[in-house]
Design a protein around this ligand. Structure first.
Ligand SMILES: [Zn+2]
Length: 76
């Protein structure tokens, strides 16, 4: 089962794979989906997509957790 949250910082997806919860962010710059770790999810460190070849150099830090609580989660 997976859930999606349309936050003001981008679209987050939460899925369970092999019993582990995985958080994914669709890069607000280029749309490529990649995993978020706990520190990135809580805004303690930035999401550096620029160094992974992001064409628009997305490199930002946000409290995605708070934003997703605000936006809510829906089944996807
Ligand atoms: Zn990107």
């Amino acid at each position: 089962m997976s859930f999606v949250s349309h936050t003001r910082f981008g679209v987050l997806r939460r899925e369970t794979r092999e019993g582990k919860e995985l958080l994914l962010l669709a890069c607000p710059g280029c749309g490529e989906v990649g995993p978020l770790d706990d520190d990135q999810f809580h805004g303690r460190v930035s999401v550096d997509h620029a160094s992974h070849g992001c064409p628009v150099g997305y490199h930002e830090k946000h409290d995605f957790w708070a934003a997703s609580e605000e936006a809510g989660w829906e089944e996807a």
